[in-house]
Write a protein of this length. Structure first.
Length: 194
């Protein structure tokens, strides 16, 4: 039965969506800045620690979010939505879930196999271990290179999927066929009043 409550994602899903969106935008900005902005070395080291700290939080939230998604499935899309757009939305969301898990795991793997062996201390307070079976490998270099490439190109893929995701969300909001209020923190904002 599609009652009014099933037109919207539940509060847990909405809060997780926007907390993680904020975190991921910051991670992309910090990640690109620390690699490409030519900042002083001391600042880059600070940004690496901040990036790793927020990244680990995103990993934990992604696991919680996926578990919640299994308990509380997404509200059904409107029946009028063409099959192709329905499939595109499902594929886009699946790609976002895959990337929000794979990227932090690749980041964790790359710091665990780094020749610099720099410890991760979350927000300067909580020590976070390396992945021990990777850190103990006799030859870490190939795994490090693979994880680094996966992390970098995965991040660029995420940016591309996000451009599509945000574009689709705004386009549907303007058309009024899939209202933004399905994922809004503020109730009926953007809903097409009929
Ligand atoms: C890093 C940024 C973001 C990520 C990783 C992300 C991820 C996701 C994912 C995975 C879903 C599917 C949820 C599910 O079915 O369980 C979703 C849904 C949604 N997102 Fe985002 N999102 C981001 C940013 C945004 C932004 C900026 C907007 C607003 C323009 C937005 C609008 C929406 C809407 C409206 C839905 C619900 C789609 C529907 O009606 O079925 N998202 N998002
Ligand atoms: C969704 C989560 C994450 C996103 C979106 C993200 C994004 C990025 C981006 C855009 C870059 C710059 C890539 C480049 O242009 O070279 C980067 C680099 C990096 N990230 Fe992440 N990251 C995430 C999670 C993590 C986590 C959890 C860790 C470690 C625990 C981490 C560690 C690193 C490191 C060490 C680099 C520098 C890699 C290098 O020197 O080539 N990241 N990240």
């Amino acid at each position: 039965m599609a009652g009014p409550s099933r037109q919207r994602y539940d509060a847990v899903a909405v809060v997780l969506h926007w907390t993680m969106a904020l975190g991921i935008f910051v991670l992309i900005g910090v990640g690109l800045a620390m690699k490409h902005a030519g900042l002083p070395k001391s600042r880059v080291i600070q940004l690496f620690q901040l990036h790793k700290s927020i990244g680990v939080v995103i990993l934990l939230l992604a696991v919680a979010r996926l578990a919640w998604r299994l308990v509380r499935p997404a509200p059904p899309l409107p029946d009028a939505l063409p099959a192709l757009e329905r499939k595109a939305a499902q594929a886009g969301h699946a790609a976002l879930y895959a990337l929000m898990l794979a990227l932090p795991l690749a980041g964790w793997a790359l710091v665990s196999t780094s020749p610099l062996n720099i410890p991760t201390v979350l927000f300067g307070i909580l020590p976070w271990p390396h992945i021990s079976f990777l850190a103990d490998l006799p030859d870490k270099a190939p795994v490090h290179a693979a994880a680094q490439a996966l992390h970098k190109y995965g991040a660029y893929a995420l940016i591309a999927v996000l451009v599509g995701h945000i574009g689709a969300a705004l386009r549907h909001a303007v058309k009024g066929d899939v209202p933004l209020s399905r994922m809004s923190l503020f109730g009926r904002l953007g809903e097409n009043a009929k």
